[in-house]
Design a protein around this ligand. Structure first.
Ligand code: EZ4
Ligand code: CO
Length: 403
């Protein structure tokens, strides 16, 4: 089966998405998500200007070979732009192969290891009591696992607090990034109060998660992990920036709070020390940013040996194409842990009709052949790209800090 055509579709049905569509001589098409939040057009150009000319005429069935051809063939290895582009090609080729065989993708990945996939939603509020109300709303929807974030007294805005209770979207349209103000001291004093209140309200059984969004030093993260131990979080996410993998060693020596990281990682090399030293409990790399299904399986296989489980990133900037791919991966991989699931807007869901479903806190990719997701190109064309940036973050004295 030969690739005869490929194109990039950039659209903004509520937020920006970059989608690769590959067509074969058998009339089968496949989709891959290539969205890199705030830097979308760089990946679109990488695909259109550099990869698509190489894809035309290639054998669509040679997925591993195409991955290696694009990775080794670039000479310039790794990096989010390159890896998001390779991910999109890889995902689209898995979609095509599964469609050509008439099976849902998870059947090609070893079949289902579980009946359905545990997901967590995002509850947030400007105050602790608002967050309590948001968690209650998620419980009513059937969620068994909920990430909780709250505004911090004395800070005008903070990471993870949505504009509406059930929807969180950090990217903002406009000429420059929104600027947030940050105080680690205020945060560290406040965060344990939030979880004490949530356990008092909802008891011990629900899974609670929290994202520190790369803002702490290792010793600060160690203090937070220790203070959160009585509330037994499912995980503490991104306690420190992940570039320095050995930074997790210090945190690990001080706390039994489980640690998760990986949403900004793009290859197995970003995870290698973390996994092999068992410094983390969950690896959060995604199909769209870490090399597609092909590479994510290699990361999961390495993690399995070291008792590390998966916890794929699944925010709104990961399109329904990525969400579908993630769910096939989650259903099949043995050492699955949990999947993040932020609901997309109705506009997004209309542009990307899909077969995956949510019920009682669990999801299933569905049994349509391939990924089980498509793109309505006519509708997508009605939502042109709109430049948007993720926020930046400054300390109270103006110093740039991690967002
Ligand atoms: O900030 O997806 O766990 N979820 C997150 C997200 C990320 C955005 C970045 O594009 O941390 O909210
Ligand atoms: Co996160």
């Amino acid at each position: 089966m030969k690739i005869t055509d490929a194109k990039v579709i950039v659209c903004s049905p509520g937020r920006n998405f970059v989608t690769l569509k590959i067509v074969t001589d058998e009339g089968i098409h496949g989709l891959g998500d290539a969205t890199l939040n705030g830097r979308e057009l760089a990946v679109a150009s990488y695909l259109t200007d550099h990869l698509i000319p190489l894809l035309i005429g290639r054998d669509a069935d040679r997925i591993e070979d195409t991955w290696q051809y694009l990775y080794k063939g670039a000479y310039w290895r790794r990096g989010p732009v390159t890896m998001s582009a390779i991910s999109a090609v890889d995902t689209a080729l898995w979609d095509i192969k599964a469609k050509s065989l008439g099976v849902p993708l998870y059947q090609l990945l070893g079949g289902a290891s579980r009946d359905s996939v545990l997901v967590y939603g995002h509850a947030s509020g400007a105050t602790i009591e608002d967050t309590v109300a948001a968690v209650a709303d998620y419980l009513k929807l059937g969620y068994k696992a909920i990430r909780a974030q709250s505004g911090i007294p004395g800070l005008a805005s903070t990471y993870g607090v949505g504009r509406g209770k059930m929807y969180y979207e950090p990217a903002e349209e406009g000429g420059a990034p929104v600027e947030n103000l940050w105080s680690t001291e205020k945060y560290l004093n406040f965060a344990p109060q939030l979880f004490a209140r949530l356990r008092k309200e909802f008891g011990e059984d629900i899974h609670l998660l929290h994202d520190a969004h790369h803002r702490l030093t290792p010793i600060e993260a160690a203090r937070l992990g220790k203070n959160l131990e009585p509330f037994h979080l499912f995980w503490l996410e991104d306690p420190v920036a992940g570039e320095l993998q050995e930074g997790f060693h210090l945190i690990r020596q001080h706390t039994t709070t489980p640690l998760a990281v990986g949403e900004v990682f793009d290859t197995i090399y970003d995870c290698q020390q973390l996994i092999q030293n068992q410094w983390i409990d969950y690896i959060r790399t995604t199909v769209v940013h870490a090399g597609g299904i092909t590479h994510l399986r290699k990361i999961a296989n390495l993690a399995e040996i070291y008792h590390v489980r998966t916890g794929c990133h699944g925010a709104t900037d990961l399109s329904p194409v990525c969400m579908a791919a993630a769910l096939h991966f989650d259903l099949s991989v043995h050492n699955f842990g949990i999947q993040e699931y932020m609901r997309h807007s109705d506009q997004t869901d209309q542009v990307f009709p899909h077969s995956y479903t949510f019920a009682e806190g669990f999801m299933h990719p569905g049994d349509a052949p391939g990924l089980g997701v498509d793109i309505n190109e006519a509708l997508a064309a009605k939502y042109p790209y709109r430049r948007a940036y993720l926020p930046i973050n400054r300390k109270l004295d103006g110093t740039m800090h991690s967002w």
